[in-house]
Design a protein around this ligand. Sequence first.
Ligand code: FAD
Length: 449
Amino acid sequence: MPPDNRPLGDQHAIVIGGGLAGLLCARALSRHFQRVTVLDRDHLPSGPQARAGAPQGHHVHVLIARGWRIMSELFPELSAALDEAGAPHLDWLADVAWHTPFGPAPRNSSPLRSRACTRGLLEYTVRRLLLADPRVHLLDGVEVDGLQSAGDRDKRVTGVIAHRRGRAGAEAPALTPDQLRADLVLDASGRGSKAIDWLTALGYPSPPETLVDAKLGYASRLVRRAPNAPWAGLYVMGRSPHLPRAGVIYPVEGDRWIVTLVGYGGDHPPTDDAGFLAFARGLATPELADALAGAAPLTSIHGYRRTESRVRHFERLRRWPGGLLIVGDAACALNPAYGQGMTVSAIEAELLSQHLRLDRPADQHCRDLQRRLAAAARPAFLTASGDDFRWPTTSGRRPPGQGVMHKLIDRLLRAATRDPALYLRLLEVLQLVRPTSALLDPRVLAKIF
Ligand SMILES: Cc1cc2nc3c(=O)[nH]c(=O)nc-3n(C[C@H](O)[C@H](O)[C@H](O)COP(=O)(O)OP(=O)(O)OC[C@H]3O[C@@H](n4cnc5c(N)ncnc54)[C@H](O)[C@@H]3O)c2cc1C
């Protein structure tokens, strides 16, 4: 294909999927493209509710510090909007009580800050702020079925093939060719993305996949927050290999807690009232179950089991069509227990923004950019999948050296329970504020050994 030399300012980008990855990347694109259209197959709610296309919205969605930093840079009005909706501020050290297998972690004031809310509120607020920009349009109730392309062997994606999903009693206008043609298509359609089918239909091979499955099951419910709890949030970790259960209480808007219980290796939390509480009683400390027993339930209990870490290595394909990028869970879905998925999406949006700022038209550099996106998601994947191999029931190819790594992390965690500075350093790495190499700093190693 001859390169398209029109300035990006004249061009149209389509984002498939209005989840967090799609919304954040749409914001990055809107600073460079004349028009950005977000397509989502769901009829999106006009409030902060969970929805069918993102069923994980019923479960805790912690926003770790790096993700919050990027989101508040992308949307300077986000903090005030979350204040208005009543989303608590969180200091990850001072406000969150963390029960590690080696005892409680220290609680000190720290610079590791974020906001706590339901995923529904975060997504709704980000969507509302994004759509205030007249260059950004949302077409909901529109499902993408494939890609339009031009060219023979080396193709260029020129748009999407899509259809409207009917809503009872409503007549929606037909989609126009102009709405579906684009200079850049970004797939952010989540774990269930059909990008591999769409690429193979264009004559490209399937990319290799890396799959690590800790067989984790989730169950969650919203409850009324107890006013006298000595913490804002509570984490109780499991203890490998014999206690594969963990739980979290996380404060959210409306004076509520979201309580999420998780079980590894098929030991999944039940979704009935008595079973949920009994599972909580089986955690390493009684604190979570005691708080749960005294809190009035506000919703039913939702279960979820699609939690494997799966990387689709699009970056390894030798040929890549111009005009296509794949982001978020569609490219790299993570075991959610480490709370990194939304932050990886934010990191990708930031990368996209930096790349476009260089004024290199994205459609000509998609292969390079797809590789960079994969590299940006890799540290989170390594953390999540590496830790999953503590559990003997985890399936997937175990990288060499995991045993040594687990021993090192255990020593670090044990030392961190007595040393606030070390604990802060560990959380900064887990919250993607510092690279993993920050744990190999000689001063850190001296404290551990
Ligand atoms: C149980 C659970 C708990 C989690 N907890 C956390 C957490 O604590 N912290 C955290 O950071 N992350 C967490 N995550 C991960 C987080 O949900 C995602 O990583 C993050 O939201 C980015 O997802 P996404 O936007 O790529 O995909 P999704 O959020 O799944 O959004 C995909 C969107 O694409 C739409 N779509 C799908 N197919 C099509 C199509 N063909 N045409 C048009 N639209 C389509 C869907 O309707 C949906 O809106 C959790 C995930 C799960 C499963």
